[in-house]
Design a protein around this ligand. Structure first.
Ligand code: TXD
Length: 305
C-alpha cells in the first residue's frame, strides 16, 4: 500500500509522521518547495530508530514518485491568518488544488482522495468536479477534528477523561458547523443530562470557534497536531479496510434531504473510501441546521463555477 501526502507543511508533515508511526503503508511526502519534503522525510525516517518504527518515507517534488498511490491526502494550500475566515482562502487554494489534482489524476487514477485544504467542504466538492472520480473516492477531513475539539471541551468542563467522551458533530467546517449535544455522551450518558444549557451553549461556541482560537494564539498558521492526526486516522481506516464509522465530509445525494453538495455526516470508511453514509435520525431543528450548512457550502461552490 502507498499513501501520498501532498503538502509538506504543518498538517501534511504531522499526517505523514503519524502514518509512519502506524506502519501501515509506504509514505510519500510531496511539496512544491525544493528540499522541504526531502528534509522532513529524512528527519522522520531517522526518528524511526527512536520511536521504533521502520517504514519507507520518501520526500519529493516529483509526482512520478507518487505513482499508483492507494490514498492521496491533500493538505497543499494556504492556512488562515488571524482574523481570516476559512472562506477567505477560496480562490488561492482552488488554484493550488487544480494543479495538484491534475497531477494526482495523471499518476494515481485509482486513488482515494482525502482532502484537508480549506475551505474544506468547498475544496472537496471542487476535487470531485475536477477529477471526475466517483464520490465514494473523494472525501474530506474536518468533522473528526471538530468532534475531537468538542470532546476536549466536554472533558474539561466535566473533569472526565477525554477517552470517555463521544461528540457528534456534523455540518460544514466553519460557522455553520452542527455540534449535536443531544447525541454527545460521556460513557453513554448524554451531556444534556450532565450539564446546564449555559455550559452546553459555551461548549458549542468553543467548538465552532476551535480553529480560530488556535489561529489567534499561534499568530502564524493554524492548528496541525490534531488535524494531521485526524487525517492519518482516516487514511488508516481506508487502507486497513476498517469499516469504521467516522464523521466525514461526504458527497450527499438525497441523504438528510440534501443533494449535490459536501457536508460532514457519519460514514463507514473502508477500502472503497466512503462505503456507506450513515443516516442518523435527527430532530427537525438539527436537520434544518444541516441543510442550512449545505446551502451555504453550495453558494460558495458556485463562486468557483
Ligand atoms: O480540518 C481541516 N480540514 C483543516 C484544514 C485543519 C487544519 C488546516 N486546514 C487547512 O489545511 C489549512 O487551512 C490549509 O488550507 C491546509 C494546510 O495547512 P498547513 O497548516 O499545513 O499549511 P502550511 O504549513 O502552510 O503548509 C502548506 C504546504 C506548504 O508547504 C506549501 O509549500 C504547500 O502546501 N504547497 C503545495 N504543495 C504541493 N503542491 C502545490 N501546488 C502547493 N502549493 C503549496
Amino acid at each position: 500500500m502507498k499513501i501520498t501526502v501532498v503538502g509538506a507543511g504543518n498538517v501534511g508533515a504531522q499526517c505523514a509522521y503519524r502514518l509512519a508511526q502506524k506502519e501501515i503503508a509506504e509514505v510519500i511526502l510531496i511539496d512544491v518547495v525544493p528540499g522541504l519534503p526531502q528534509g522532513k522525510a529524512l528527519d522522520m525516517s531517522q526518528a524511526g530508530s527512536i520511536e521504533g518504527f521502520a517504514l519507507k518515507i520518501t520526500g519529493t517534488n516529483d509526482y512520478e514518485d507518487t505513482k499508483n498511490s492507494d490514498v492521496v491526502v491533500i493538505t497543499a494550500g494556504l492556512a488562515r491568518k488571524p482574523g481570516m475566515s476559512r472562506d477567505d482562502l477560496i480562490h488561492k487554494n482552488a488554484e493550488i488544488m487544480k494543479s495538484v489534482l491534475d497531477n494526482v489524476v495523471k499518476h494515481s487514477p485509482n486513488a482515494i482522495l482525502l482532502i484537508v485544504t480549506n475551505p474544506l467542504d468547498v475544496m472537496t466538492y471542487y476535487a470531485l468536479r475536477i477529477t471526475k472520480f466517483p464520490p465514494n473516492r473523494v472525501l474530506g477531513m474536518a468533522p473528526l477534528l471538530d468532534a475531537a475539539r468538542m470532546q476536549y471541551f466536554i472533558a474539561q468542563t466535566l473533569n472526565v477523561s477525554i477517552k470517555d467522551v463521544y461528540a457528534e458533530v456534523m455540518g460544514s467546517h466553519g460557522d455553520l458547523m452542527v455540534p449535536i449535544p443531544r447525541l454527545s455522551t460521556v460513557k453513554g450518558k448524554p451531556i444534556t443530562e450532565l450539564m446546564t444549557s449555559e455550559q452546553i451553549k459555551h461548549i458549542v461556541n468553543k467548538t465552532t470557534n476551535g480553529g480560530a482560537e488556535i489561529v489567534a494564539l499561534l499568530k502564524t498558521g493554524s492548528a496541525y497536531y490534531a488535524p494531521g492526526s485526524a487525517a492519518a486516522n482516516m487514511a488508516e481506516a481506508i487502507v486497513k479496510d476498517k469499516k469504521t464509522v467516522i464523521n466525514t465530509c461526504c458527497y450527499l445525494n438525497g441523504q438528510y434531504g440534501i443533494k449535490d453538495v459536501y457536508v460532514g455526516v457519519p460514514a463507514k470508511l473502508g477500502k472503497n473510501g466512503i462505503e456507506e453514509i450513515v443516516e442518523i435520525k435527527l430532530l427537525k431543528e438539527e436537520t434544518e441546521a444541516l441543510q442550512k450548512a449545505a446551502e451555504a457550502v453550495k453558494k460558495l461552490c458556485n463562486i468557483l463555477k
